[in-house]
Design a protein around this ligand. Structure first.
Ligand SMILES: Cc1cc2nc3c(=O)[nH]c(=O)nc-3n(C[C@H](O)[C@H](O)[C@H](O)COP(=O)(O)OP(=O)(O)OC[C@H]3O[C@@H](n4cnc5c(N)ncnc54)[C@H](O)[C@@H]3O)c2cc1C
Length: 463
């Protein structure tokens, strides 16, 4: 075998045909074989300065794990990744690598970067499919720490604290852990059996999981302190959906993307009546918004057999969705009505009948750097039977309302200091609850940072 593979293109990953996959919920991307993974791994030139590692919020030892793939020692590659990342099968699938590790890969200067995400996914799947796994050692002989919110941020903090020997309890409001990984990201991008496997890996480190506990209702932060938790990490995400504030949003058939995706993913509505929760979309669905969440909602509705149109007020160029997501949506037959803004949802007998949209044009760039959409006064009524609103989420105000001593930004983000502590002593926070809606890997990076700070805080306190 040549020392390096100097091909300028990534080894392609097989995908389900768009006209087949838009009718099922199985995973779109099918993963590499060992041969494909090794061919791709040979594209890594093992640069000394390792820019990819700096681009990774959890500092995965990327060149080292890729080198182990070329040597055929896939389990060692897994162990290398899991030194810093407890959710590699998830990250390999959903991280926006183009803005992180792959965005700064040396090979990307001339051609495509090394397919780091695909390789991470390959290694994690290999490990997760092993029949025998070496048992992990559980220490849990130090102080008690509570983690509130079991999304990627909470899971990462919990895993790191457990590895440091703390007795960690992870609380979540839902009946299952995983956060957006479980209730938001669709099965066809992130299979839930795989999320469950990585959840079990975290629990296997000695973390206790308590579901159906809403902190702020079932238990307060002060209750947790009284129960002997020396520190608390809040990672409750940004699950409060925004609405358009236009007439007609209360008609039957109008969903927030959050509700629609929770019904589809967590409650398996696409398998109704085998599962209890139904979801009505009708024949024509309007999805409002142009981000990743909108693409997930549109692609999910398409799989229920509907004709789906994304209505977005700017042009394709300004669309915040990852290029891969909008590309997949187009391939699967989603329609796009760009430069249109809904101004009214129209109904009949209590149900959605149509959406009145205003045509927009682009003006000068706004604070986000994207060209501002301007109204034209030209309207159109488009028939739809359901509307899924996907224009953003913010942190749920429950923690703030039940703890006035925790300061928040005007938009709801929890304020933290350099040590990731909130304005309440011993209470730390991170992930989407602090940053607003962001990404899995940034939430994980915040969880890692908080775990290290909680360790310092407890050691200083008890010295
Ligand atoms: C549909 C969708 C698709 C996305 N796709 C991608 C993607 O492809 N790639 C990517 O990188 N990012 C994606 N994101 C963003 C990403 O999922 C989030 O940035 C990430 O999940 C944030 O992690 P977190 O742990 O901070 O919060 P979350 O994942 O939101 O988890 C928060 C957890 O806290 C629990 N909780 C909330 N309040 C309480 C309370 N009071 N008491 C107890 N528990 C509570 C919730 O039940 C939840 O389990 C997507 C987001 C959505 C909505």
């Amino acid at each position: 075998m040549a020392k390096f593979n100097m091909s300028q293109e990534k080894v392609k990953m097989p995908e389900q045909d768009p006209n087949v996959r838009n009718k099922n919920f199985e995973e779109v991307a099918q993963g590499y074989t060992l041969e494909m993974a090794q061919e791709e791994a040979m594209r890594c030139v093992q640069c000394k300065n390792k820019p990819c590692m700096d681009g990774c919020p959890v500092s995965v030892k990327i060149p080292e794990f890729i080198h182990l793939i070329t040597e055929g020692d896939i389990e060692a590659a897994y162990q290398k990744i899991s030194e810093t990342n407890n959710l590699p099968a998830i990250c390999g699938r959903v991280c926006p690598q183009e803005n992180q590790c792959e965005g700064v890969c040396t090979r990307g200067k001339k051609g495509e970067p090394v397919a780091i995400g695909r390789l991470e996914r390959f290694v994690a799947d290999y490990h997760n499919n092993l029949k025998y796994k070496k048992p992990v050692e559980v220490y849990a002989n130090k102080e008690k720490v509570a983690v509130v919110g079991a999304g990627p941020s909470g899971l990462t903090a919990a895993a790191d604290l457990a590895k440091l020997g703390y007795k960690v309890t992870l609380f979540d409001a839902f009946h299952t852990a995983g956060g957006v990984l479980m209730y938001g990201i669709p099965e066809f991008r992130l299979p839930k059996n795989l999320v469950n496997t990585e959840l079990k890996n975290v629990i296997g480190l000695g973390v206790k999981l308590r579901t159906n506990v809403i902190v702020g209702r079932t238990l307060s932060l002060d209750d947790l302190k009284e129960k002997g938790y020396e520190a608390i990490y809040i990672s409750t995400g940004a699950g409060l959906p925004s609405f358009l504030g236009i007439p007609g949003e209360n008609y039957n058939g109008v969903y927030s993307a959050n509700e629609f995706l929770t019904r589809m993913n967590l409650m398996k509505a696409y398998k109704f009546p085998e599962y209890d929760t139904p979801v009505h979309v009708g024949k024509k669905v309007c999805v409002v918004g142009g981000g990743n969440v909108a693409m997930d909602a549109a692609r999910s509705a398409k799989r229920l057999g509907a004709d789906v149109t994304v209505v977005y007020r700017r042009s394709f160029e300004e669309m915040p969705a990852r290029a891969e997501e909008s590309h997949h949506a187009i391939e699967e037959g989603i329609n796009f009505m760009n430069l249109h803004n809904p101004v009214e949802i129209m109904g009949e007998n209590g149900w959605v009948k149509a959406v009145k949209v205003e045509k927009m044009v682009l003006g000068e760039p706004d604070a986000s750097g994207r060209r501002r959409p301007l109204p034209t006064g030209e309207y159109e009524e488009v028939p739809f039977e359901s509307v899924i609103i996907s224009i953003g989420q913010s942190p749920n105000p429950l923690i703030k309302h039940t703890n006035p001593d925790i300061e928040t930004e005007s938009w709801g983000g929890i304020i933290i200091d350099d040590t990731t502590m909130t304005t309440k002593d011993g209470v730390f926070a991170g992930g989407d609850a602090v940053s607003g809606a962001a990404t899995v890997i940034l939430a994980m990076g915040a969880g890692k940072k908080a775990a290290a700070n909680i360790d310092k805080y407890i050691r200083n306190k008890n010295d």
